[in-house]
Design a protein around this ligand. Structure first.
Ligand code: GNR
Ligand code: NI
Length: 176
C-alpha cells in the first residue's frame, strides 16, 4: 500500500484526457488499492487516477462514513442519467474551495471491476454526484470549470499563491 501525491489546480497535468485501461492486471489492482488508501487518508469520497498523475480511466469512490462502501470503476461509462441535483462540491485537487454544481441525481454506470469483468451499477444522490465529478477528471475537467470565470480566477490565484509560499518538493531528486 502506498499513499500517492495529489496534483493541485492549476497544474496542467489535471487537463490530460485519460486513456482506457487495456487489461485489468496486478498493476491496475495495485493502483486501485493505492488510490483507495490515498482517498481515505485525504480524506475524500472519491479519487480519479488523473489526480495522482496516472492518465488511465480508473476511479475509486466511497461515500460512507465508515469506509464500508468502496467502489472501483475501470473504463466507466454513464449509460443513463436522470433528474437534477445541485450540490456543494469540493475537490482534493482544489483544496479549500466549495461551490454549488448542478449534475444528474440518478445515473446508471457500466464499468469493469477489479476482476476485469463488466458490471453495471446505479447511483443516486452523493454517490451519483461523486462518480460524475470523478468521470470529469478523466476528461481533464474540474468542478471549477462550471463556475464563472471570475470565481475560477479567484480560486486559481489563491492556489498559485499558496503554492509559491509552500516549500517545493522537486519532481526528481536534484543532481547536486
Ligand atoms: O472528497 C470529495 N468530496 C466531494 C464532495 C462533493 C462532490 C464531489 C466530491 S469529490 C471529492 C474528492 C475529489 O476531489 N475527487 O475527485
Ligand atoms: Ni476532484
Amino acid at each position: 500500500m502506498a499513499r500517492l501525491d495529489i496534483l493541485v489546480y492549476p497544474d496542467p497535468r489535471l487537463r490530460t484526457r485519460a486513456t482506457p485501461v487495456e487489461a485489468v492486471d496486478d498493476s491496475i489492482r495495485q493502483l486501485a488499492e493505492d488510490m483507495l488508501e490515498t482517498m481515505y487518508e485525504a480524506p475524500g469520497i472519491g479519487l480519479a487516477a488523473t489526480q495522482v498523475n496516472v492518465h488511465k480511466r480508473l476511479l475509486v469512490a466511497d461515500v460512507t462514513d465508515d469506509r464500508s462502501g468502496p467502489h472501483v470503476l475501470i473504463n466507466p461509462e454513464i449509460i443513463e442519467k436522470d433528474g437534477v441535483e445541485v450540490m456543494e462540491e469540493g475537490c482534493l485537487s482544489v483544496p479549500g474551495f466549495f461551490e454549488k454544481v448542478e449534475r444528474a441525481d440518478h445515473i446508471r454506470v457500466r464499468a469493469l471491476g477489479l476482476d476485469g469483468q463488466p458490471y453495471e451499477m446505479e447511483a443516486e444522490g452523493l454517490l451519483a454526484v461523486c462518480i460524475q465529478h470523478e468521470m470529469d477528471h478523466l476528461e481533464g475537467k474540474l468542478f471549477v470549470d462550471y463556475l464563472s470565470q471570475l470565481k475560477r480566477q479567484r480560486i486559481r490565484k489563491k492556489l498559485e499563491k499558496e503554492r509559491r509560499l509552500k516549500p517545493q518538493t522537486p519532481d526528481r531528486a536534484p543532481a547536486i
